[in-house]
Ligand binder design. Structure first.
Ligand code: 7PJ
Length: 281
């Protein structure tokens, strides 16, 4: 995958560290953004720690998509994320990913150094697909049922795996038709986005059915509420659950793990790699 100037090797699973530049994200909301602006010094330190710990990608977003989150305007999103792209792209040798559904923000972030476009709405907003194709950056297509404010009210599927797989396959085809090369497409089942615990577990258990589509699969499971449903833990106590899910996802074929705890997840991948090396020798 070619991310602006950087070639990403996806032959073994890699880590994407999460940096939410929002006052209200569920786990790091307000940590990097308060009093109306991004705390660039704190972000620099966190980015440095994540890169040091092995993150190949940092995912930067200015819109909280937690269930019930309030909408932000394109200008608000720009104000939140642009200074972060400008600062981090100057200082770090890592792919910067933009977590956004807004075409104007995609354009601005690309000019400020973004190397990957990650859209929880899979580029379904007006112009999003055309802008992504024009920018020439790889795209991550995520499945979501509904919109963040209502998606967790009553998620319903006849066959969750078939629907998610069908949606991602159709969106990938739309991307190719818009001029995005197949090698620049990543897919993501969107854990927690309009899904019950059972839906999430079904997708995780059968993740190979998504890797079978032939695109790298990104998963975001870190600290999510499915862990609370399984363990009863509050958000700050979900690291063990997150690591267990990271291991399962990587074993089941995930190529990119989107996580808050980079160093700990890197240990998980070291253990998995050691096992694979033995199996292949
Ligand atoms: C995801 C995401 C995810 C992708 C968020 C959180 C909630 N993008 N953005 N996949 N989740 N591609 O920080 O956990 O699962 S926001």
């Amino acid at each position: 995958m070619r991310c602006a100037g950087t070639e990403l090797d996806l032959s073994t699973p890699i880590i994407m560290g999460v940096l939410n530049i929002t006052p209200d994200s569920f786990s790091d909301g307000g940590r990097w953004f308060s009093h109306g602006q991004a705390d660039l010094d704190a972000l620099r330190r966190e980015a440095s720690a994540m890169v040091e710990a092995g993150a190949r990608i940092l995912d930067i977003g200015g819109e909280s998509t937690r269930p019930g989150a309030t909408a932000v305007s394109p200008q608000q999103e720009l104000d939140r994320v642009l200074p972060v792209f400008e600062t981090l792209s100057r200082e770090f040798d890592v792919v910067l990913s933009l977590d956004s559904s807004t075409p104007a923000v995609m354009r601005a972030a690309a000019s400020a150094g973004a190397g990957l476009l990650n859209d929880v709405r899979a580029f379904q907003r007006d112009d999003a697909l055309a802008v992504a194709a024009d920018l020439g950056l790889p795209v991550c297509l995520m499945h979501m049922q509904g919109e963040p404010d209502t998606m967790q009210q009553a998620p319903k599927y006849a066959d969750v795996l078939a629907e998610v797989q069908g949606f991602l396959k159709a969106r990938a085809t739309d991307c190719v038709n818009a001029g995005i090369p197949r090698s620049q497409i990543v897919i993501d089942p969107g854990f927690g986005f309009g899904k019950t615990l059972e839906h999430n577990l079904c997708l995780l258990a059968q993740l190979h059915r998504l890797t079978d589509l032939g695109f790298p699969v990104l998963v975001g499971l870190s600290r999510k509420s499915l862990i609370a449903k399984l363990t009863g833990r509050e958000v700050d106590d979900r690291l063990p659950g997150s690591l267990a899910l990271a291991m399962l996802a990587a074993q089941n074929g995930a190529g990119i793990l989107r996580v808050h705890d980079v160093a700990e997840t890197a240990d998980v991948l070291r253990i998995l790699q050691a096992l694979r090396d033995v199996q292949n020798s």
